[in-house]
Design a protein around this ligand. Structure first.
Ligand SMILES: NC(=O)C1=CN([C@@H]2O[C@H](COP(=O)(O)OP(=O)(O)OC[C@H]3O[C@@H](n4cnc5c(N)ncnc54)[C@H](O)[C@@H]3O)[C@@H](O)[C@H]2O)C=CC1
Ligand SMILES: N[C@@H](CC=O)C(=O)O
Ligand code: NA
Length: 428
């Protein structure tokens, strides 16, 4: 079984190391040796901690995937192009493909899965969601007979690492981001992490798999963590909560049938919620389904070795299929559920309002919530005089209604500013 590796960065170098180190054990598991036949890199002269012959390395990834002797291509370059073109070419040439590329799958998955189906080859991507955690295969295979209602997860290691450090050590954003980059958690362009694009790609993939519908990154409402302040983190702590970047995919059954909602945003969750204890670069995904009930998948979500574990799991599985002349399940999108816009998603909100400290303020603020039928769960005042703040937590409300309340509050004379609006998840 001849294997081509595209990309030899954080993940690729670990994949190459394990393919070489564990060659004889992997051969026994597959039933045939896996021979690393070529590695496409951008800088062949770069110092690499790999004991591999120089002639394996090439800068011509296109020529490598066009070779007729390649059975399996591992794509760990990342990004849209040339990864998309290389994967399609590999499939057209009869190779099976393993990829960790969530950005590409979330943007152009349909084309890739169509190419795999046409070629009758596997396109496997366990590493694309939540690193080492087995979550793709459970959704595609183990839960194929169940109806999934909700997937709620911490699916970005870099942002969880940053928020955790802000919460526990009061660390600054930039300093922790640099540490996450040094540890190999962050994407090549870390704005993909901190602005929520990486988590949104994963949410699109999770929603597609869970609800048998094609959900792309453009369908996912996305807010990153750049606007989360130390004050938000303190406010959450005062409420017995912690701030996490969550990916939330829901099946919403209504009188007109089912629809899907997918969103990524920072949210407060209570400290006694299992997701609150997910620390550092760890990830966790909760799945709620009709028959199985609640399932939780937890583990390392980023980094070279954990991601290589998921890649190699796919390599073994795909190679076994090749030997038998079969291929696994392809894309399942028959349900074709509509994806709802964010305005129709419902949750609770934590709203912090800087107000004048005088009679009638509370009544005016409460009236602004009542106007859009948003019910208040708790209210408390912080500070006095020019530092007075009202901190309000709502019952469940539609996002569009809450947005209208916030606009109404901003129009009130006695409201100086709506200084923070954050969703609250997982609270009873
Ligand atoms: N680092 C992580 O924790 C995880 C990464 N992933 C995904 O794995 C993939 C790879 O990520 P990393 O290894 O972290 O990125 P990286 O930036 O460390 O490695 C990518 C490598 O590909 C090389 N490359 C770029 N264009 C190329 C081309 N045309 N031909 C040959 N080589 C080329 C780059 O020079 C670089 O060495 C991405 O899709 C990423 O989203 C998935 C899960 C976790
Ligand atoms: N940059 C990603 C890597 C894994 O997908 C993250 O931080 O989770
Ligand atoms: Na995974």
């Amino acid at each position: 079984m001849r294997v081509a590796l595209l990309g030899c960065g954080v993940v690729g170098s670990e994949v190459a190391r394990l393919l070489t180190r564990d060659a004889s054990e992997l051969a026994r598991r597959v039933g045939a040796p896996l021979e690393l036949a070529g590695i496409a890199v951008r800088r062949p002269g770069r110092e690499r901690d790999l004991d591999l012959p120089a002639e394996l390395f090439t800068t011509d990834a296109h020529a490598l995937v066009a070779r007729e002797d390649i059975d399996l291509v591992i794509e760990v370059i990342g990004g849209i192009e040339p990864a998309r073109e290389l994967i399609v070419t590999a499939l057209e040439n009869g190779a099976s493909v393993v990829t960790a590329n969530k950005a590409l799958l979330a943007e152009d998955g349909g084309e890739l899965f169509a190419a795999a189906a046409k070629a009758e080859r596997d396109l496997a991507f366990e590493a694309a969601v939540a690193g080492a955690i087995p979550i793709v295969r459970p959704l595609v295979e183990s839960l194929a007979g169940d109806t999934v209602h909700r997937v709620l997860g911490i699916v970005n290691g870099t942002t969880n690492f940053i928020l955790d450090a802000m919460t526990t050590h009061g660390s600054g954003f930039e300093e922790v981001l640099e540490e996450a980059q040094r540890l190999g958690y962050a994407e090549a362009d870390p704005t993909a992490d901190i602005e929520g694009f990486d988590a949104a790609s994963k949410a699109a993939i999770l929603a597609s798999l869970a609800f048998h519908s094609r959900v792309t990154i453009g369908d996912v409402h996305r807010e990153g963590i750049v606007e989360v302040t130390a004050a938000d983190v303190r406010s959450a702590a005062e409420m017995g909560c912690v701030v996490k970047l969550l990916a939330i995919c829901e099946r919403i059954d209504g009188p007109d049938g089912a629809a899907v909602s997918a969103r990524v945003h920072p949210a407060m969750i209570p400290l006694d919620h299992p997701l609150a204890s997910v620390r550092g670069a760890f990830n966790a995904v909760f799945v709620e389904s009709e028959s199985a009930g609640q399932l939780m998948f937890y583990g390392p979500g980023a980094g070279g070795a954990p991601t290589a574990s998921a890649v190699l799991g796919d390599v073994v599985s795909v190679a076994r299929n090749r030997l038998k002349g079969v291929w696994g399940p392809g894309e399942s999108t028959h349900a074709q559920l509509e994806v709802l816009e964010i305005g129709r998603a419902t949750t609770r909100y934590h709203v912090q309002i800087d107000v004048d400290d005088r009679a009638g303020v509370l009544a005016a603020v409460a009236a602004a919530f009542a106007e859009y039928d948003v019910s208040i769960k708790t209210v408390r005042q912080e500070g006095h005089g020019s530092d007075a703040q009202l901190v309000i937590v709502t019952h469940e409300a539609a996002d569009a209604d809450l947005a209208a309340v916030v606009a109404g509050l901003r129009d009130l004379d006695m409201v100086r500013d709506v200084s923070s609006v954050m969703r609250v998840e997982g609270m009873l």
